[in-house]
Write a protein of this length. Structure first.
Length: 210
């Protein structure tokens, strides 16, 4: 039973990691434009295959329209990420590396653009209710659909993607497997060591594991 544990653990880990090994077929790689590369990366497929001499594109689509709002807001306690011209009333609450919050009021459903590159895992909540987030096709920034509301708290935070959950689950399984392997692996005592112990103890036998 103990000897079968290691092969069974290896087979189990291989089966659990099977979904991440197949290559994702995204069609013929004929479009190497920055927009196509960004779309490929933002779908969670990492950096796409590039044509020879093709530079890795930035996250934002060129040309990027400068937004002076974040730079100017460094003079104040809060970093302002809401793009200018937003049709709702916005009051910053806090801004962190993995989360930002605002107090918002909207007379009708609106769509706002946040000065933050869209990437899978960013999730918006309005008073705890999930909102739809998407990649703005013109800028590559994060777009949030806000319903009609008054003095509600809008939270944009980084969450775990399904691929990240699978990765952490595999890490946890690997740690459990290593701990079990260290605990249940039979330990053989070298013959020379057993002979030395017998001479010192005067015992005719010494237990041997495995």
């Amino acid at each position: 039973m103990r000897r079968a544990f290691v092969p069974a653990a290896i087979i189990g880990l291989a089966a659990a990691s099977a979904p991440i090994w197949p290559v994702v077929d995204t069609g013929a790689a004929t479009d190497f434009s920055p927009a196509a590369q960004i779309a490929h990366q933002q779908m969670g497929f990492d950096t796409a295959i590039l044509a020879r001499g093709q530079a890795i594109p930035t996250t934002l689509i060129e040309p990027v329209r400068a937004d002076p709002n974040p730079v100017e807001s460094y003079r104040h306690p809060l970093l302002v990420r809401i793009r200018p011209g937003t049709p709702i009333r916005v009051t910053p609450i806090y801004t962190q590396s993995h989360a930002s919050a605002w107090q918002v009021s909207a007379m009708s459903p609106q769509t706002i653009v946040v000065s933050q590159a869209y990437y899978p895992g960013w999730q918006a909540y309005l008073d705890g209710v999930p909102l739809a987030t998407a990649r703005d096709p013109e800028t590559g920034l994060t777009r949030i659909s806000v319903p009609q509301t008054a003095n509600a708290t809008l939270l944009l935070t980084q969450t775990m993607t399904p691929v990240q959950w699978v990765g952490w689950a595999l890490v946890g399984l690997g740690m459990v497997a290593l701990a079990a392997l260290a605990r249940f692996t039979p330990r053989r005592v070298p013959a020379s060591f057993r002979a030395t112990i017998r001479r010192k103890r005067g015992s005719p036998a010494w237990p041997c594991w495995g």
